[in-house]
Design a protein around this ligand. Structure first.
Ligand SMILES: Nc1ncnc2c1ncn2[C@@H]1O[C@H](COP(=O)(O)OP(=O)(O)OP(=O)(O)O)[C@@H](O)[C@H]1O
Length: 259
């Protein structure tokens, strides 16, 4: 594996009926104790696991429904404040997922996203580039690759689910953040665009690191350098380059189902 890009030690995360209350608890040292459930309205989802992502790698995240994949990506995206960790480092320095300097290094595409619905793709792209302090890049190749030519000036709210997904994926690949997080990027795409997506994910190593979740084994075996199998909020198994094959991953998922 190359240099570490992101390391997270002993990550736990939970949902809480009152996230404000959870935030206040996080501010008071020692208030939160280790354990499965701390309050009756807390639901522990990620349980005390550590992981690392290397620079310039493609990492796949797979697991049964409810394993915690989206929750994990939400934590890394700064969208879930109710988590704790014994240490988070980005490029060797401690990092806060909610701080601007980290945000500028990552971009996330969520499985479903209805935000910016009154923007067209072109407007959204311009907005995001301004927010990340970048010039708007030439996206014509990506637009062609994702067969998106007809939709660049349509309001996102008027696009089909798959085309809206493409708008966010094109933005992500054009922006080229150091860390790209994709939650179920294959979902909703037609087969032509799916193949193009696999090419984009595999080729992303040139620019940075991708962590993506998927239920489609092929998407993982064709693109990933490393695969994390998530089960009940824990990384149950990791497949390294050279060990990644559909049969073994399927078996790991079946074992998970049987436990
Ligand atoms: N907002 C929420 N409040 C409370 N519990 C939640 C919330 N969102 C998700 N959960 C719970 O967290 C657990 C993990 O859900 P998550 O969406 O992270 O799993 P996943 O692995 O992405 O599943 P899937 O493959 O179905 O998308 C599930 O038990 C789910 O019910």
């Amino acid at each position: 594996m190359g240099e570490a890009l992101l390391t997270v030690k002993s990550l736990s995360a939970w949902y809480n009926a009152g996230s404000e209350k959870a935030l206040r608890q996080l501010l008071i040292p020692g208030t939160l104790k280790r354990g499965k459930v701390r309050h009756s309205n807390e639901k522990m989802i990620l349980s005390d696991f550590s992981f690392a992502l290397a620079e310039h790698e493609v990492a796949g995240l797979i697991g049964l429904n409810g394993a915690g994949k989206t929750t994990f990506l939400k934590v890394l995206s700064g969208l879930l404040p109710t988590f704790r960790s014994e240490g988070i480092c980005f490029c060797g320095s401690p990092v806060d997922f909610r701080k601007q300097d980290f945000k500028l290094c990552r971009y996330t595409v969520f499985a479903e996203d209805n935000s910016f619905s009154y923007f067209t793709f072109r407007e959204y792209m311009a907005y995001v580039c301004a927010a990340y302090g970048k010039e708007v890049p030439d996206v014509s190749e990506l637009i062609q690759g994702f067969h998106f030519e007809e939709y660049t000036d349509t309001l996102l709210r008027e696009l089909s689910t798959g085309n809206r997904k493409k708008a966010f994926l094109i933005t992500a690949f054009a922006l080229k953040p150091r860390l790209l997080l994709l939650d179920e990027p294959v979902n909703g795409l037609d087969f032509q665009s799916t193949e193009y997506l696999y090419e984009q994910i595999s080729g992303y190593k040139e620019h940075g690191t991708v962590l993506f979740s998927s239920h489609i084994l092929e998407s993982i075996t064709l693109t990933s350098d490393r695969v994390f199998v998530l089960e009940d909020g824990r990384i149950r198994q990791t497949f390294e380059r050279g060990q990644i094959n559909a049969e073994d991953i399927r078996e790991a998922l079946h074992d998970e189902n049987d436990r």
